[in-house]
Design a protein around this ligand. Structure first.
Ligand code: SAH
Length: 251
């Protein structure tokens, strides 16, 4: 059996208990070497066979899994952050379906959650933004129609932009054309929750210059929106006059 498993954003104690047990029991681990913290592999058995998928094609990954299956072994496919975002597990599952190989999925803490914690931010502030758009700038992977950064920017919601650290000029252009004012607060979180994490806070108009000065062009999230302003509006959830399922309010 194959377990697609989220390895969390970086820090080795930011994995779930379920992921820990799967890693401890795995006969074979195929990990996304470009982003998974190798310290997490320290939880594996000494005799576990470990492969770094950064050097492998989809065909090679599937053939390692097929071999493990033929020996009755358990494989953990270790993905960075959470398994549901930008990890290309869809195509791996499709290949496993074709071969009738069973799998399940163990979710993980996504880097966008790790980044919010590092920033001390809440992405959904009352009266500011109640939505978070998870997206990327167009690069070598084309964006389906209607998902351009420019059109998403028109909502002026909180945006978390993945896979775009090397495209900061384009990000600024798309977001500005989409209607974000130049002074919109932006944070860049490089290697959120890792020991060498870096946080930059700036405004949209200065984004590419600030990133290039800090030399950040990979493993970063660009987070955009007024929620990054420090002035907070009070939520209704804990307001004395607001009735919820658990508490009767004064009005
Ligand atoms: N499934 C992952 C995303 C994989 S795509 C998740 O849930 O986080 C790879 C991109 O994720 C990187 O280019 C970067 O934009 C972002 N990323 C992954 N780990 C990160 C981290 N620790 N800090 C900042 N960005 C990270």
């Amino acid at each position: 059996m194959v377990h697609f498993t989220g390895a969390g954003p970086g820090a080795k104690d930011l994995i779930t208990l379920r992921a820990l047990r799967l890693i401890e029991n795995a006969d074979v681990i195929i990990y996304a070497g470009s982003l998974v913290n190798e310290e997490i592999l320290g939880y594996a058995r000494k005799d576990c066979r470990i492969y770094n998928s950064a050097h492998m094609t989809l065909e090679q990954i599937i053939s390692v899994i097929e071999k493990a299956e033929s020996e009755g072994l358990d494989t953990v496919r270790l993905q960075t952050g959470d398994t549901s975002l930008y990890g290309a597990i869809g195509e791996q599952m499709a290949e496993l379906d074709k071969r009738n190989i069973k799998y399940d999925i163990c979710p993980g803490v996504s880097s966008f959650c790790g980044a919010a914690a590092s920033l001390g931010a809440e992405y959904t502030l009352p009266g500011v933004s109640q939505s978070v758009i998870i997206c990327r700038e167009e690069g070598r992977t084309p964006l389906p129609g209607g998902e351009s950064l420019k059109s998403l920017a028109s909502h002026k919601s909180t945006m978390v932009i993945f896979l775009s650290s090397a495209l900061s000029e384009n990000v600024r252009k798309s977001l500005t054309e989409g209607g974000y004012p130049p002074d919109t607060p932006v944070a860049v979180v490089y290697k959120a929750t890792w020991d060498d994490e870096k946080i930059l806070r700036t405004s949209l108009d200065a984004l590419p210059e600030v990133m290039s000065e800090a030399g950040i062009e990979k493993t970063a999230l660009i987070i955009v929106g007024r929620v990054l302003d420090t002035e907070l509006e009070r939520s209704r959830l804990y307001s004395p006059d607001f009735t919820t399922m658990f508490r009767k309010g004064s009005k």
